[in-house]
Design a binder for this molecule. Structure first.
Ligand code: FMN
Length: 194
């Protein structure tokens, strides 16, 4: 199963492009699940170290459902709006709360693979920096990072929303970068799951 995680608190540009990505995967025969931070209660990691001792997070909130989805996922697509040149704080909170997964099982993310989508209001607003943050999360947790390849996608899918849903829909270059990245992602998935 491929899990799409949306880091936007709104049903706008980031959710739109992630859902489009999942549709492309569904059409290619992949099973997908979608999770959004929108409307969810996900507390900050408290660094209480309960997870190191008890192998689970002490906080009971919507992260528990995401933990179960992450457990089932073989591939990840993390999509974020660009906030101050990085990922949204909601997405960063999810990343931090994943410490409990690594604490419960050092190999939790082993053999999973992931790509990234970043949507900025500005044309050059930090999309690559946000993707870099997602890639760093992947690398340090053992998720194999999948980029989009040179000439068009590079680190992953990058979108320019001009702060509106309507404009992200018209971002042909963004969708080109998404298709290129998905192509690499699907190719990798087929080889990896042989
Ligand atoms: C707190 C905040 C910080 C933002 N910082 C940036 C930024 O650094 N660069 C950028 O291009 N856009 C920035 N934006 C604009 C959003 O990335 C843009 O509107 C994006 O489309 C929001 O995604 P959404 O439509 O899924 O909510 C920021 C928006 C907010 C609310």
């Amino acid at each position: 199963m491929i899990l799409g995680i949306c880091g936007s608190p709104r049903k706008k540009a980031t959710e739109y492009v992630l859902v489009e990505a999942l549709k492309i995967l569904n059409d290619a025969g992949f099973k997908t699940e979608f999770f959004t931070v929108r409307g969810k209660k996900i507390e900050f990691c408290r660094h209480c170290d309960y997870c190191l001792k008890k192998k689970k997070c002490v906080i009971k909130d919507d992260m528990n459902f995401l933990y179960s989805l992450l457990n089932k996922a073989s591939g990840l697509i993390i999509a974020t709006p660009v906030y101050n040149g990085g990922v949204s704080s909601q997405l960063k909170t999810i990343m931090d709360r994943c410490r409990a997964l690594a604490a419960s099982n050092n190999n939790f993310f082993k053999n999973k693979y992931g790509m990234a989508i970043a949507v900025g209001g500005d044309r050059i607003g930090g999309q690559e920096l946000a993707i870099q943050q997602i890639m760093t999360f992947y690398i340090l947790n053992g998720v194999l990072p999948i980029g989009g390849g040179p000439f068009g996608a590079n680190l992953g899918a990058t979108f320019w929303s001009k702060d509106t849903l309507e404009d992200v829909m018209k971002d042909d270059e963004g969708f080109r970068s998404l298709r290129k990245t998905l192509k690499k992602f699907m190719e990798f998935s087929k080889i990896w799951n042989k």
